[in-house]
Design a protein around this ligand. Sequence first.
Ligand SMILES: *[C@@H]1O[C@H](CO)[C@@H](O)[C@H](O)[C@H]1NC(C)=O
Ligand SMILES: *[C@@H]1O[C@H](CO)[C@@H](O)[C@H](O)[C@H]1NC(C)=O
Ligand SMILES: *[C@@H]1O[C@H](CO)[C@@H](O)[C@H](O)[C@H]1NC(C)=O
Length: 216
Amino acid sequence: MQLSAHLLLVAAATATVGHAAVWKITILDIGTRENTCSRQVQACQNNCGGPSLAPMAFCNSTTMAWGCGCLNNTPNMAVWNWPVPTADCSGSLNVCNTNCGASNATSACFENCTKTHMCNTEDAPVSYTSSSDVAIAPLYVGPAVSYKGDNLGNLNDGNDRSGLSTSSSAPAQSASNTNTQETPKGAATSITSVAATAFQLTSVTVFAAIAAAMMI
Ligand SMILES: *[C@@H]1O[C@H](CO)[C@@H](O)[C@H](O)[C@H]1NC(C)=O
Ligand SMILES: *[C@@H]1O[C@H](CO)[C@@H](O)[C@H](O)[C@H]1NC(C)=O
Ligand SMILES: *[C@@H]1O[C@H](CO)[C@@H](O)[C@H](O)[C@H]1NC(C)=O
């Protein structure tokens, strides 16, 4: 099962032999991006209890920047389970396997892809796709750490992370005091601070990782 999947990937990788394929979520075709974005916004609205209770529920199908902030609750879906981070992880996994296939790698290479891309779990690589605003493109690439805070080593998805530190503190999941300056565009004044606080849960991982990267 596993082996035949690898063989298929090797075959599919012929076009990239000699060049590592590079993962970036925006290489997904526009239909897939729009579908993922639509599921992202819907998941956020559902999590908030309905569209009217989700003052910040966006996903830009051009950049895949996404954010979620509820009026009455902090979004309680684990970050690694939102549609955009899920698509980001599985795309990076596919490219990792493609790159193993393109380099005559041994099965250890494919096994590493599986180990470093435990999508939809806290061991998944942090997705740097969330943003504070629909018009602000996300980072896309950050330190190769899991949501749990483990250093994942080489994700083998073609992105150069050599200058990014993974040694600092683990990305927080529920810090409550950072990012309070964020004012989500379009959010009514009375709910701004609530929305910003709720938004933290989905964005704090990225901000913490950026902070970690800058503390080198
Ligand atoms: C893969 O192995 C074949 C045969 O040993 C070799 O000719 C080819 O150059 C190798 N490809 C890469 C990308 O290393
Ligand atoms: C697999 O990952 C381990 C641990 O990060 C690393 O030492 C090893 O070189 C990797 N193997 C391959 C084939 O990439
Ligand atoms: C989505 O991002 C693109 C590229 O940055 C930008 O041109 C566009 O205005 C954004 N969409 C919205 C609704 O802001």
